[in-house]
Design a binder for this molecule. Structure first.
Ligand code: SAM
Length: 229
């Protein structure tokens, strides 16, 4: 198990995992897999999953609870957890290996580089799970639902792709809904308190590490589902 391992040991193991791909250079981005450099843009299904199932991204995946749980619940999809922090990703990557999931992979990079690693229309859906709320004045542009990120998602997602946004922060939740309205993106579902009627079944009931920390103090989670076109 992962317990007790240091960061360096985890990083070394991460680099050897067949379903983990990492970029260490933001100026000349290049993916490194267990077998060396690899070009996956437009080829995730062909080279990694070896099937034609829809690709679902989990952005800001942290320990990848959504990628792993959704991968288990929905074998008809392929899941890729994306985060910049390798030690968090290690937990999810190990978990997927232990469970023998062949439809779950991890990509360590900055989300800003999404277009470097995915071709237009390669992505079928996106989950954004408990992203940093960036509450300081002027920091809104860094939110993963800011217009510049939405534009990125539109450039790699299928026309019908939807985004699932889950947060415990009411300010971010409201701001994201307002941003959708400003951009003319249809909101398909909005839930301001997913625990009002008990723990939801299915994907919404998956609990992540950061949700458990309850940093915002809201004691609940909020959900927004919107279309990218
Ligand atoms: C608050 S944590 C949430 C992690 C996880 N989804 C959870 O709920 O436990 C936010 C995550 O976003 C990642 N992150 C923030 N900005 C990022 C960026 N621009 N590119 C990639 N990862 C990013 C951080 O490394 C961190 O793991």
């Amino acid at each position: 198990m992962a317990g007790g391992k240091g960061k360096l040991e985890k990083f070394a193991e991460l680099g050897q995992m067949p379903h983990v791909f990492q970029n260490f250079d933001y100026k000349q981005p290049q993916l490194l897999g267990a077998n060396g450099p690899v070009e996956l843009k437009g080829k995730w299904n062909e080279l990694v999953f070896k099937n034609g199932k829809p690709i679902v991204l989990e952005l800001a995946c942290g320990r990848g609870e959504y990628s792993v749980s959704l991968g288990q619940q929905f074998p008809e999809n392929n899941y890729i957890g994306i985060d910049i922090k390798g030690n968090r990703m290690y937990t999810g990557a190990m978990h997927a290996l232990e469970l023998g999931l062949t439809n779950v992979a991890f990509l360590r990079t900055r989300i800003e580089l999404l277009e470097r690693f995915f071709a237009p229309e390669e992505v079928g859906a996106i989950w954004i799970t408990f992203p940093d709320p960036h509450l300081k004045k002027g920091a809104e542009k860094n939110r993963l639902t800011a217009p510049k990120f939405i534009e990125l998602y539109r450039n790699v997602a299928k026309h019908a792709a939807i985004v699932h946004h889950k947060t415990d922060d009411p300010i971010l939740h409201e701001w994201s809904a307002e941003t959708c309205a400003q951009l003319g993106l249809p909101i398909l579902e909005r839930n301001d308190d997913i625990y009002k009627n008990g723990r939801p079944e299915g994907p919404l009931g998956i609990k992540t590490y950061y949700e458990g920390l309850n940093i915002s103090g809201s004691n609940t989670a909020m959900y927004l589902q919107f279309a990218l076109h």
